[in-house]
Design a protein around this ligand. Structure first.
Ligand SMILES: [Zn+2]
Length: 507
């Protein structure tokens, strides 16, 4: 690897210790997801989030289908109060996995109605429902609930960004024609602020997890939640169903509630056949349980109801989340923390081929896809200020890696106006040929790859890369960009800028 001018050898004992500490923080952050629900189980470390580290769509149309507004859900169901001692089971399926279509049919075949909590940003992505199949789930009579745009831990971001995630998801699902009244927190993670944000988006209830007793958690809890529910902003439910649950465990979650009655909200994720992830349930297990449950409902002392029939209430008007950042005036730099000098947090999720040797700058994320290893870290020599970031790409066969302004819903991503052109800049040193890659966000909060610049020459001292984008496509509300490598080498970057190009307006 070539070295850059004026750079001291950076490896010290302190640096090695720092890296070890950082790795420990990363591991604990991953385990924290669902950790409180699964404390004491071996399998929690086996959970690999099915969600990408960032919400970029490739080769998928991010726009609404043309007929999206023509779907009209049947009138919302009213509340059905439980009779004293009755056991009410709700069957909920989280995330919008492709297998929801199968789940929806399995329930409908037995006359059961479920609730599907959907992350709208995942619709149309590989492994998830398409828009048409989501509509198919609703057409079988099931309830569609909200689960945020991008399925991120809402407690790990400022509350305004969390509210964007919740409100924009509800707005998209509503535009698609569904009556969206109930919500579930991604990873069951909520704080007082986040719970307030969820209810402020017009939800009638929001589901937590783990506050009902099963052999998988909450030994001191009751075997069913009270009816009517006490805390609508965080309704109580057993720990989520995982591959460890047997048919007997599922039956027992209902049987345990029957002596007293109450609400048992069961949470499923995907239905799997061979390669089950930890939060999967196999089709034979689900099938046997549903058949048993259907039989249990014959006497009327046990019933199956969607969440909307338990909670009731009107379909509340849509609420606009707090507006994202205003578009900066022409000539102003729209990139936040452009010199990378404000240190952010250690990333808890990275693309599988990427690693970070420390925290990333505040409001920045890494992006890496394809066959290569990408390593991001602080670089000891900055162009201006105190910080610069390095990227090493090794073993390159295909794909690209780069540092980018966080592709979020408004806090960090630079807002833009359709039809305008923008000048992108970064200072860089590189042993290889870097290139700008540009992404844009559409109204429903999904990010898509847009375009790339040509290559800039290698440079062993800081040089400036500058490029003017084509006019921003219709429907784009923000753009993000990175100066990256699509070949082996080391790249150091600093001092990014994104400015509206004065005088170039095409509409
Ligand atoms: Zn989820």
């Amino acid at each position: 690897m070539a070295t850059f001018r004026g750079v001291p050898a950076p490896i010290t004992t302190a640096a090695v210790v720092a890296v070890v500490v950082v790795l420990a923080v990363v591991v604990s952050a991953v385990v924290r997801i669902y950790g409180s629900l699964l404390a004491g189980t071996e399998a929690q470390a086996a959970y690999v989030s099915p969600f990408p580290a960032h919400p970029v769509v490739r080769d998928v149309d991010p726009h609404l289908p043309d007929d999206a507004n023509q779907y009209e859900a049947p009138p919302p169901r009213g509340q059905v109060p439980a009779t004293p001692g009755q056991t009410v089971v709700s069957l909920t399926f989280d995330d919008g996995n492709a297998s929801d279509s199968l789940a929806a049919r399995m329930l409908a075949d037995r006359g059961l109605v479920g609730t599907f909590f959907i992350s709208s940003g995942s619709i149309g992505k590989p492994g998830f429902l398409s828009y048409d199949s989501l509509r198919g789930v609703a057409a079988l009579g099931h309830e569609i609930g909200g689960h945020t745009v991008n399925h991120l831990d809402l407690t790990g971001m400022p509350v305004q960004e969390a509210q964007q995630e919740i409100c924009l998801d509800r707005a998209t699902l509503t535009r698609w024609g569904f009556n969206v009244r109930n919500f579930a927190y991604p990873f069951a993670e909520g704080s007082a602020e986040v719970r307030q944000a969820a209810m402020a988006c017009g939800y009638n209830s929001a589901r937590g997890l783990g506050e009902v007793r099963t052999r998988f958690g909450c030994e001191e809890c009751d075997p069913a939640a009270a009816l009517p529910p006490v805390h609508l902003e965080e309704t109580a439910a057993p720990a989520p169903v995982t591959v460890e649950w047997t048919v007997e465990d599922l039956k027992e979650s209902v049987r345990a509630a029957q002596p007293t009655g109450g609400w048992v909200q069961l949470t499923f994720h995907s239905i799997c056949t061979v390669n089950c992830d930890y939060f999967g349930v196999t089709e034979p297990v689900l099938s046997e349980f549903l058949t048993w449950l259907q039989a249990e409902t014959r006497t009327g002392s046990t019933v199956v109801r969607p969440v909307e029939e338990v909670i009731g209430g009107p379909v509340q008007p849509l609420v606009d989340a707090p507006a994202p950042a205003a578009t900066p005036p022409a000539g102003a730099n729209a990139v936040l923390n452009p010199a990378l000098d404000v240190t952010g947090s250690v990333p808890t999720e990275l693309p599988p081929n990427a690693k970070a040797t420390g925290p990333l700058p505040e409001c920045w994320q890494v992006e890496a896809y394809g066959n290569h290893q990408a390593e991001f870290g602080a670089f000891p020599l900055a162009n201006t200020g105190d910080a610069a970031m390095s990227l090493k790409v090794q073993g390159h066969m295909d794909g690209e890696a780069k540092l980018m302004p966080a592709m979020d819903l408004g806090r960090c991503a630079p807002p833009v106006s359709a039809g305008r052109q923008y000048t992108l800049e970064a200072s860089y040193m590189s042993t290889a040929r870097p290139q700008f890659a540009v992404y844009y966000r559409v109204e429903r909060g999904v990010w898509v790859y847009w375009t790339s610049s040509g290559f800039f020459p290698p440079s062993d001292s800081f040089a400036k890369a500058q490029w003017v984008t084509p006019p921003v496509p219709p429907g784009a509300t923000a753009i993000s960009f990175g100066l990256g490598l699509a070949e082996n080498g080391e790249l150091v970057t600093d001092d990014y800028a994104l400015m509206e190009t004065p005088g170039i307006h095409t509409g």
